[in-house]
Ligand binder design. Structure first.
Ligand code: DX5
Ligand code: ZN
Length: 201
């Protein structure tokens, strides 16, 4: 299981630098437009030491892909609930040799995205309402991860929201866990070590 660290709750670049130098696999960039979710942010200056995993919580998906593809991310993930033509966006992201992820909110069922699974590199299960860090893990996410694993696609399963040293046990079927406030509200290295102990024993 890989750890993708979210720095949504960090507000200074020194701490972001400290985070990317820790033992994490990816840096998770949360991008919000104030429309798809209430909050709004912009992150164009990040240290590219770890592969970037971009999570677009935006309505105007194309505009933000164009903006953030310049960071050379490994993954760009957008939301199923945006109402855009999903296959067109998938193909658009792939054109830039960027891996593509599709994310579902807590109220969206896995069944709804089954037609798109063959085209995806990643499926992101939101285990909190998208839009802010520090929320409580939603238990129903466990069933979604299980379903996605049973469907055995070529995608990796990522889970995002409310993961800490006690909830990580629920998501052992996921390939990537996004962790934000649990890491950033303490000693980063120590918190990451705690998570890894829970993952690998
Ligand atoms: C929530 C974001 C998450 C968030 C995770 O909308 O997509 O990536 O930063 O933060 P925690 O781990 O604090 O739930
Ligand atoms: Zn996220």
């Amino acid at each position: 299981m890989k750890i993708s660290a979210s720095f949504l709750t960090i507000d200074n670049i020194d701490n972001v630098n400290k985070l990317v130098n820790c033992d994490i696999d990816y840096l998770h960039l949360d991008i919000m437009d104030g429309i798809f979710v209430n909050n709004k942010n912009e992150v164009l200056d990040v240290p590219h030491i770890k592969p970037l995993d971009i999570h677009l919580m935006v309505s105007d998906v194309y505009k933000y892909i164009d903006k953030y593809k310049t960071l050379n991310p490994l993954y760009i993930t957008f939301h199923y609930e945006t109402g855009v033509d999903i296959l067109s966006v998938i193909n658009y992201i792939k054109k830039f040799n960027i891996k593509v992820g599709l994310s579902i909110k807590p109220s969206t069922k896995v069944e709804e995205i089954i037609p798109y699974l063959p085209y995806l590199d990643l499926v992101l299960v939101m285990s909190v309402e998208p839009g802010k860090g520090g929320q409580t893990f939603i238990m129903d996410s466990i069933n979604k991860i299980k379903k996605l694993k049973e469907l055995k696609g070529n995608y990796v399963i990522e889970v995002d929201g409310g993961i800490n040293d006690s909830t990580i046990k629920y998501v052992s079927d996921a390939d990537i866990v996004v962790v934000g406030s649990y890491i950033t509200s303490g000693n980063y290295e120590e918190r990451i070590k705690n998570l890894k102990e829970k993952i690998y024993g």
